[in-house]
Ligand binder design. Structure first.
Ligand SMILES: C[S@@+](CC[C@H](N)C(=O)[O-])C[C@H]1O[C@@H](n2cnc3c(N)ncnc32)[C@H](O)[C@@H]1O
Length: 246
């Protein structure tokens, strides 16, 4: 297994940094335990933002179905999913350091070996380090909704992003999205229903619409307390079209 938590500069960084970001970096307060976890556990479980294409067999010491979660927040739901599926591997990405510290503490406390973590922007990482057809599942649970119309361009779900995800998913790979913001659910559907590489598999609302493998998340509980309805959307990457005989 490799150690690769130290980011190194990369020539492409400048072009990535001009992209509109889906987040605002907030430093937030780290607890003593989170600081210790970041210092001591990132060398074991951390991934570097930049570098060559990832080799999951090297990183996890085996080949297993691979799930990537973008924006895991405090990581509790990622920990539950990884604990419930020890035969699968998970990469979690989150820009918020206290959340990464919280996840690392959970990995240690639960003795999990099937999670690796990136503390950085998911988009350039996926562009640079995830290979074509490498992912079985992409999870995007309660992404920042960017309520105001003038901020909608910051929403991570956009046609170009969908094209990137389609390329990194295996044929028939799954993209599972959830949101408690009806207008964002509409936007997600508009983008993915129009995209040639995705087919809608499941659309559900509320407790009954949530697939069994998705634990309730922290933001979801907050949304429910505020009276929001929760939407689960699952899309499958469309199979490649067979080549017509020449
Ligand atoms: C509204 S929170 C939801 C957190 C968690 N999924 C939950 O449901 O509790 C969205 C999270 O996505 C993270 N995020 C947004 N854009 C990101 C990106 N491009 N790369 C990594 N994390 C991102 C934010 O830092 C934030 O913690």
């Amino acid at each position: 297994m490799t150690v690769e938590h130290i980011a190194t500069p990369h020539p492409d960084t400048e072009s990535f940094s001009r992209r509109i970001r889906s987040f605002i970096r907030r430093e937030g307060r780290l607890t003593v335990a989170q600081t210790r976890a970041l210092n001591e556990l990132m060398p074991r479980f951390g991934l570097a933002a930049q570098g060559p294409g990832l080799d999951p067999a090297e990183i996890f010491g085996r080949m297993a179905p691979l799930t990537l979660e973008i924006g895991f927040g405090n990581g509790e739901s990622l920990l539950d999913m990884a604990q419930a599926a020890p035969e699968q591997d998970f990469i979690g990405i989150e820009v918020h350091r206290p959340g990464v510290g919280h996840l690392l503490l959970g990995i240690e406390q639960r003795g999990l070996t099937n999670i690796r973590v990136l503390n950085d922007d998911a988009v350039p990482f996926i562009q640079q380090r995830i290979g074509s057809g490498q992912l079985d599942r992409l999870l995007l649970y309660f992404p920042d909704p960017w309520h105001k119309a003038r901020h909608h361009k910051r929403r991570i779900v956009q046609p170009e992003f969908a094209t990137l995800i389609a390329e990194r998913l295996k044929p028939e790979g799954m993209w599972h999205l959830a949101t408690d913001w009806a207008n964002y659910a509409e936007h997600m559907r508009a983008v993915l229903d129009a995209h040639p590489d995705f087919t809608a598999e499941h659309q559900g609302t509320g407790e009954a619409g949530r697939p069994a493998w998705r634990p309730e998340t922290k933001f979801e509980r907050r949304g429910i307390r505020l009276g929001h309805q929760v939407f689960d959307l699952i899309y499958q990457r469309t199979l490649d079209q067979p080549q017509s005989p020449s």
